[in-house]
Ligand binder design. Structure first.
Ligand SMILES: CC(C)=CCC/C(C)=C/CC/C(C)=C/CC/C(C)=C/[C@@H]1[C@@H](COP(=O)(O)OP(=O)(O)O)[C@]1(C)CC/C=C(\C)CC/C=C(\C)CCC=C(C)C
Ligand code: ATP
Ligand code: MN
Length: 310
């Protein structure tokens, strides 16, 4: 006889697929003006899939960064990993999951980047210093490069219409490196924007080897000292982030046509934060760098142009 698994919890009525996507839309809109704006430039099916992925990423990040973070232990992350495995088997556990499970069935998303992101949050539980850029890069891959890989599966690549399945030479190139590069660029930008906020929580993401190179100390950073050493250090870090944005650019033209504009927009909007940090004379301690709404709107047609010209 067919055995049904014993339910561990009483059966629960979950949101419908439509309701769940709508919730994901609202959460994305509330938490990220930048990425939400980017998604509005996508066709509806891709747009809502990105909202579902956004919500899973946001929930994962909140475990170590949100108001309940002090209760998060490795066991919490282990449970979250088990929750993830349910989703990949097609079983939503709560209302927000319903949309993601639907997305996983429509797009060829792999579980690895999701697992890697959980490993990134695990790093945040134990680490508050990074000795070298190589150490920091691994963290950036895990918490943000992974978002690039998840998004890639939804964004899709432009197929060569004249290639057949036997045409190994013409097999489409999937711009994974470039997607990871955009994630790393975004994360580096995020780190530079939040230096002050993170310092208040005792966290320094900037590699200590870089502080050393510019003769700037941890104590200086925790006190928020802005002088020429700090400015030089920030110029160096901004330049490195910009190089990652540059590396990502060549990947965008390989994406399917309807995904290029939103990705250019997200890239330009987030990169815009670096310009604001410069305009604020590298003061990331007493003010938060953000792109004002009229400027954001200006980036949208520029992104359209770039997506058609480059
Ligand atoms: C337009 C589009 C496709 C957007 C993707 C949206 C998405 C699914 C975002 C997830 C963001 C998220 C909640 C991640 C959890 C970890 C985290 C917080 C990472 C940082 C995001 C910044 O968010 P915010 O400024 O709101 O941070 P605060 O919490 O407020 O401090 C990150 C900086 C990482 C974001 C990384 C990306 C959006 C990856 C971008 C790469 C692509 C879309 C790949 C494009 C493909 C090619 C080939 C270039
Ligand atoms: N365009 C803006 N105009 C005015 N204030 C803003 C703007 N963007 C951000 N802020 C301020 O910064 C706070 C959060 O900044 P943050 O940059 O994280 O906004 P966000 O909506 O999460 O967008 P993003 O996707 O760029 O992170 C807002 O609550 C607000 O105080
Ligand atoms: Mn934000």
């Amino acid at each position: 006889m067919l055995q049904l698994p014993k339910p561990t919890q009483p059966p629960q009525i979950l949101a419908s697929v439509e309701e769940s996507y709508e919730r994901c839309r609202q959460i994305t809109q509330k938490y990220s003006k930048t990425f939400y704006l980017g998604t509005l430039l996508m066709p509806p099916e891709k747009r809502r899939a990105i909202w579902a992925i956004y919500v899973w990423c946001r929930r994962t990040d909140e475990l170590v960064d949100g108001p309940q973070a002090k209760y998060t232990t490795p066991e919490t992350l282990q449970k979250w990993h088990e929750h993830l495995e349910h989703l990949f088997k097609g079983h939503p556990v709560d209302d927000e999951d319903v949309a993601l499970v639907d997305t996983l069935q429509r797009f060829p998303v792999e579980i690895e980047p999701f697992e890697d992101m959980i490993a990134g949050q695990h790093m945040d539980l134990y680490r508050n210093r990074y000795e070298t850029f190589e150490d920091l890069k691994l963290y950036c891959y895990r918490v943000a490069g992974t978002v690039g890989l998840m998004s890639n599966a939804v964004l899709g690549i432009e197929e060569n219409p004249s290639a057949g399945p036997w045409d190994k030479e013409n097999e489409p190139y999937i711009p994974k490196e470039e997607a990871i590069a955009l994630g790393i660029a975004n994360q580096l930008t995020n780190i530079l924007r939040d230096v002050g906020e993170d310092a208040q929580r005792g966290r320094i993401y900037l590699p200590l080897e870089d502080l050393d190179r510019f003769n700037y100390t941890e104590t200086d950073l925790l006190k928020g000292v802005i002088d020429d050493r700090w400015r030089e250090l920030m110029r160096f870090e901004i330049q490195r982030a910009r190089q990652y944005y540059k590396d990502a650019e060549r990947g965008i033209r390989l994406l399917s046509k309807d995904s290029r504009w939103p990705v250019w927009a997200a890239l330009m909007l987030y990169q815009g934060i670096l310009n604001v940090i410069e305009a604020n004379d590298y003061d990331v301690f007493s003010q938060r760098a953000f792109v004002r709404t009229p400027k954001k709107m200006l980036y949208i047609p520029l992104a359209w142009l770039r997506s058609h010209v480059l």
